[in-house]
Structure formats: structure tokens, C-alpha cells
Design a protein around this ligand. Structure first.
Ligand SMILES: Nc1nc2c(ncn2[C@@H]2O[C@H](COP(=O)(O)OP(=O)(O)OP(=O)(O)O)[C@@H](O)[C@H]2O)c(=O)[nH]1
Ligand SMILES: [Mg+2]
Length: 299
């Protein structure tokens, strides 16, 4: 028994990469719970979000980060990039994620954030289900090793749960010996309130056309909860008057769909019935307004 405790490891693992490579999907798959929202659109994640996995012999505290990007600029995007950089300090290991289709210039930008002599960076080549693994992966591993002295390279598919056990074993080597930092049943550092707002934002991201989601933020106005159920009132904030109509949709159909899907997920998360009311409000240029960003909880 004593031996087992000595063997236990725990520590922090930052997951970084350009937008859309599957960082949040990977963390959700590793943790086995939905801690971070995902979508096929880039720049889905806006905050640093912790996802905790506790196993027999280790506790992994994953830090999901916004996709690092250098193309556009706004107060929000600058903050997102800053949070990527700061998440790199004080972690025991870093998992950098790229796609199986190969290196892109945006991936190289991410690489530049890492100290040259870092010895704790693991490369995860994600979405192996999308390529012919046998032909593509080996040359890609070789190419990757030339770009940076990765401690290890692991091809994975976050969506198909492929090779995630291998990735965990590789990461474990970098965790220091030590006790659990979180209780067994804790799987995120975020409150149900934050997660509910994120779930609503995820549905907006998934249901709205290409440009619109980036101008959307969600605020929880009221949260009433007892053993039987929860009553939640939220506001979807958009940048422009013209966006309001799009979010609401014909006879309110779009907003109803966003609310319905969000209610289902929030109800599953809380394990109880949920009444959800979502309103839409215009707040021009909220993405560049420091006060609004602060009130929305962006660091
Ligand atoms: N085929 C396939 N798709 C994947 C896999 N992992 C993630 N995806 C998809 O890739 C898209 C982006 O996933 P996210 O997890 O939101 O990516 P992200 O890196 O967190 O993106 P940002 O938060 O915007 O930086 C989603 O449509 C996922 O379903 C995978 O292993 N295989
Ligand atoms: Mg993400």
C-alpha cells in the first residue's frame, strides 16, 4: 500500500496548438467528461479550462487553451493568445497538437512559443482517422522531430479514442511524484454556471453561419436551483443589430433550437430538469471592450 502512494504522480499538462486541431476534443476524451466545448469552427475555446483525470496511479490536470492565432487582432483575441503563453509556465508537461494532414505555418507559430531547450513537450498528431495512417504518419513523425526536440510523438484520434492510453503513459513520465491535488470526483475547475454559458455558446457556434459565432458571447443572468431542477436565464450578446435577427431566426426558430439543445446538455450535466430562457442583446464591439470582457470572465 505504501509503495502505491509513493508511485502516485500528479501534475499539470498544458494542451496547446493552432485553432481547430482538436485540443478540446482531446481533453474531453482523456477526461471522459465534457469540460470544454468544441466545434468545427476555429477559435471555439476562449478561456483556459482545466480538465482533471484521476486514475489508479496518476492525476492529470489538463489545461485547455484557446487556439493560438496570429492572423487577426482584437482585445479578445489578444487576451486569448496571452492566456496560451501564460499557461506554458508552471506546467509539468506540454502537449502540442497538430493534425495528421501535416504541419502548417500556423503550427510553426505555436512552436515559437516554446523554449528551445524544453524537454517536456510531447507532440500529439491528432485526427489519424482522417488519413491513411500507415503511409502518412511515419514521415510526419520524422519531419516533426526535425522541427523540435519533442520528448515523444504520439499519433492519436481524439474522436475515435485511439491511442489515448499511450499518450497518457507518455505524459505520466513527466508528472512529479506526489499526492492528488483534486478530489477524485472533481473533473474541472469551472463552475456549472460557467459550463452552462459555454454550452449555450457551443450551440450558437454550431448552429450559426460562419462569421457570426465570433461575435457571440453568453452571460448567465439568473440561476435558481433546488433538488428537483434548475431555472436558468441567459443572454446571448451579439455585436450588431443585424446579427440579432439572425440569431433569433424566422419566428424565433433559431434561438429556440439553440435553447433546446443547450437545455438538453445542461440538464444532463446537472442531472436534473432544466428550464432555460435565452434572450438576445446587442452590445456593439463587446469583443474590444475591456469592461465587457471582464464582466464575461475573460482573463
Ligand atoms: N476526424 C476527427 N475530427 C476531430 C478529431 N478531434 C477533433 N476533431 C474535430 O475537429 C474540430 C475542432 O475540434 P476542437 O476540439 O473544437 O478543436 P480545438 O483545437 O479545441 O479548437 P479551438 O478551441 O478553436 O482552438 C471539431 O469539429 C472536432 O469534432 C479527431 O480525432 N478526428
Ligand atoms: Mg478548443
Amino acid at each position: 500500500m505504501t509503495e502505491k502512494i509513493e508511485d502516485f504522480r500528479s501534475g499539470y499538462v498544458a494542451v496547446i496548438g493552432r485553432p481547430n486541431v482538436g485540443k478540446s476534443t482531446l481533453i474531453n476524451a482523456l477526461v471522459g467528461e465534457k469540460v470544454s466545448i468544441t466545434s468545427k469552427k476555429p477559435q471555439t475555446t476562449r478561456d483556459r479550462i482545466m480538465g482533471v483525470l484521476t486514475t489508479e496511479d496518476a492525476q492529470y490536470i489538463f489545461v485547455d487553451t484557446p487556439g493560438f492565432q496570429t492572423k487577426h487582432s482584437s482585445e479578445l483575441l489578444d487576451r486569448m493568445n496571452k492566456s496560451v503563453k501564460s499557461s506554458l509556465s508552471d506546467v509539468d508537461a506540454v502537449v502540442m497538437v497538430i493534425e495528421s494532414t501535416g504541419w502548417r505555418p500556423e503550427d510553426e507559430e505555436v512552436l515559437k512559443l516554446l523554449p528551445h531547450d524544453a524537454k517536456n513537450v510531447i507532440l500529439a498528431i491528432n485526427k489519424t482517422d482522417e488519413v491513411k495512417e500507415s503511409e502518412v504518419i511515419l514521415p510526419l513523425i520524422q519531419e516533426s522531430m526535425k522541427k523540435f526536440a519533442f520528448a515523444d510523438v504520439v499519433p492519436v484520434s481524439a474522436e475515435k479514442n485511439h491511442q489515448l492510453d499511450v499518450l497518457l503513459q507518455v505524459i505520466r513520465k513527466f508528472l512529479p511524484e506526489g499526492d492528488k491535488l483534486f478530489e477524485d470526483d472533481i473533473y474541472t475547475d469551472k463552475s456549472p454556471r460557467f459550463l452552462a454559458a459555454e454550452i449555450i455558446r457551443e450551440k450558437a457556434f454550431r448552429l450559426l453561419g460562419d462569421e457570426l459565432p465570433y461575435g457571440v458571447a453568453v452571460m448567465i443572468d439568473k440561476w435558481e436551483e433546488n433538488d428537483q431542477g434548475a431555472r436558468i436565464f441567459a443572454t446571448l450578446i451579439v455585436n450588431r443589430e443585424s446579427h440579432k435577427g439572425i440569431v433569433i431566426g424566422e419566428k424565433g426558430s433559431k434561438l429556440r433550437e439553440i435553447s433546446r439543445l443547450a437545455r438538453e446538455d445542461i440538464s444532463a450535466m446537472l442531472g436534473k430538469k432544466v428550464y432555460l430562457e435565452v434572450w438576445v442583446r446587442v452590445r456593439k464591439g463587446w469583443g474590444d471592450d475591456a469592461a465587457v470582457l471582464k464582466s464575461l470572465g475573460y482573463e
